[in-house]
Design a protein around this ligand. Structure first.
Ligand code: MRU
Length: 349
């Protein structure tokens, strides 16, 4: 699979996901402020991909402002990082990547803009390369939970369009296929922005995985009648107790899976854990504009002035999660103790 996000000659490139699946347009960015705007409107989206894009956007700012006097340069880059941090609040990978970029700025000694610029680009590449490498590792861990003939339900898009590699939830399915297992997928359309309908069906079908699209409200009846053997979702932030925030609808899926006795897995890299957050109740949940719900395909579908609530994410409680698939293995309850152990008691986030 091609790399989702690339950087060359002072330009950052990624596909405009708002145009998929009908148009495959790769945009080039030379101004970090345009990357901020692209993240806000989900041209690039998915927790790890947002982090990777933000890392490169700081490197972009370093190219943009290279001619500044050094005494202003580092401060200007830090303020670019602050603007990027204000784009989307839920996915912790954004803050993880920006912290790494800020650390490069703080630790830099000397007064040579070019050297700092090179160091920032090297760090952005490192964040992307690490995410790319761990996708296969995480997928291999998750594929071991799947057997030939399994039918997996998923929501939103946690695949190669959401990471620098082959994905998190979907990487388990890709690796299972490589291992010769026939695994098929029911993809929820994922209202209101339709990441499931537009992106997950697109990438799964292009990669030879049998996928059936359903609306979000069909999840219960499909679990009851279509032989779903596992639910696997991605995550945007996992609290220290194992509560996992992901695309709105994930909480409902976790309740339904529990009711039907279907294993519910969350697949996420270590960069998605936030040990500074004790439980899901403290995870900041992004609320987006009313128009995402009241307007469909450019046409108003709800009365003017109607009250709208549009949270982009919700939280699957740890007690509904059968296992959290990471690049280091599958975590199971009791989560708080096992998450602490995975980090050797260290905090991250
Ligand atoms: O609003 P989005 O499209 O950025 O939401 C993405 C999700 O909820 C994904 O499931 C999550 O980020 C994991 S991506 C590997």
């Amino acid at each position: 699979m091609d790399r989702l996000i690339t950087f060359s000659d002072g330009t950052l490139y990624f596909i405009d996901q708002t145009r998929l699946p009908n148009e495959h347009i790769v945009d080039g960015y030379t101004d970090y402020r345009d990357v901020c705007a692209a993240i806000k409107i989900l041209k690039v989206r998915g927790a790890p991909a947002i982090g990777v894009a933000a890392g490169y956007a700081v490197a972009l700012a370093a190219h943009q402002f290279i001619a500044m006097p050094f005494r202003d340069y580092a401060a200007r880059l830090t303020s670019a990082a602050d603007e990027l941090a204000a784009t989307r609040p839920t996915a912790v990978n954004l803050f993880y990547a920006l912290n790494r970029m800020r650390n490069v700025i703080t630790a830099f000694s000397g007064n040579d803009n070019r050297r700092l610029c090179d160091a920032l680009l090297a760090e952005a590449h490192a964040i992307a390369d690490e995410d790319n490498a761990l996708g296969r590792k995480l997928g291999t861990v998750g594929a071991a939970l799947l057997k030939d003939g399994d039918v997996v339900m998923t929501i939103c898009n946690a695949g190669s369009l959401a990471t620098a590699g082959i994905g998190s939830a979907l990487s388990c399915i890709y690796i299972a296929k490589e291992q010769g297992k026939r695994v098929s997928v029911y993809a929820l359309e994922t209202r209101p922005l339709l990441q499931g309908a537009r992106l997950t069906t697109y990438e799964l079908s292009r990669n030879g995985i049998a996928v059936t699209l359903i609306t979000d409200g069909m999840a219960g009846v499909v679990m009851k009648t279509k032989g779903i053997t596992a639910v696997i979702t991605g995550a945007d932030r996992i609290a220290a107790n194992g509560d996992a925030a992901n695309k709105v609808g994930t909480y409902g899926l976790s309740v339904l899976a529990k009711h039907h006795g279907i294993p519910f897995y969350v697949a996420a890299p270590r960069s998605t854990f936030d040990l500074s957050i004790p439980s899901g109740a403290s995870i900041p949940i992004e609320e987006r504009s009313a128009e995402e719900i009241t307007v469909f395909n450019g046409k108003r579908i709800a009365p003017e002035g109607i009250c709208v609530y549009n949270p982009a994410f919700d939280v699957a409680p740890a007690e509904h999660i059968t296992g959290i698939i990471t690049e280091d293995g599958v975590l199971t309850a009791p989560y708080r103790e096992r998450i602490q152990k995975l980090w050797g008691g260290a905090s991250h986030g």
